[in-house]
Design a protein around this ligand. Sequence first.
Ligand code: SF4
Length: 324
Amino acid sequence: MAKDRAKVKQVHILAAPVKTFWLNFHLAYACQHSGACCTSGWPIPVEPDRVIPIRSLAARRDEEWLVPAVAAPADVAGTLALQANGHCVFHGDTGCGVYASRPASCSHFPYVCLIDRRGVHVTLSHFCPTAASLLFAPEAPIAIVEGPSPVAGFDVPEGLDARESLPPLRSPDRLMTWEAFSNWERAEVGKQPTAPSLADAAVLFEHARVAVPAPWAWAPAPADLERTWQMLVAPAWPRFAPVAQRYRAAKVVASWAAYTDEGLAAVLRVADAADAVLRVETIRQCMSAGRVLDADLLKQAIRHSDLLLVHYADPSVLSSGTKS
Ligand code: SF4
């Protein structure tokens, strides 16, 4: 298992202004209140300083919305209660009932951030359907651009804080320079996925699947991948090559794998795994729908891929590759 060389940490104050870097096709992201995060059944932590503002907006007794945390860190007062259907207690027909005071985890979704000495690097979880839609928007060529902080009120958002780390490893015994790392990212986001064989994709998918820690689990790959790919996916796949390329780029930037002991090799390994997972989940969607790939099916496949890769799989296992 790769060892992280940095720590996840929340920082609100910086001595100097910090630059924030985005992929150009992500920059237009704005919450459209799809409710994907609010209906996921996830335990949402509530910070102690959010209890009073939420209490005043919710107009409910605390025990109706706040589940006390047992043995939690000091910065967690509890988690949001869930309705019987698994939706957040505050999610309703008109969206979030406490939006202005929602917990930090809510305001940070779907951002995935990496903070290093160069600044804040932002990618998105495409489990959010609004984020997934951005992969389909015509925007070329892919570029890394400067933009605003993703979360209002946070100069530095929550994420992997690698500011005390050395630059990533280019090879087992050689560090990059910061400038070389930025140049490498700029070149890498423009590349097409490596297009593994379906046999190789199945191996990479299985590695991601078993990286999901118990008690959670992810469904195995469907049987007969090759036949379904040829019948339902291959005829339309070339049309969606730019979407797959943007999806890969979103795994190269802000990659926490850069700050593991395997550096760039781990980043590329995660990007390859993402491409493989996307192919398998696309087959699953086409099989389930019984029709040839279209944009709606690919968008669902992307959402499922990031549910596995971003929210369920252990990132240290994912970046460690399939050799073990
Ligand atoms: S507090 Fe609001 S934004 Fe957060 S999960 Fe609940 S409904 Fe969604």
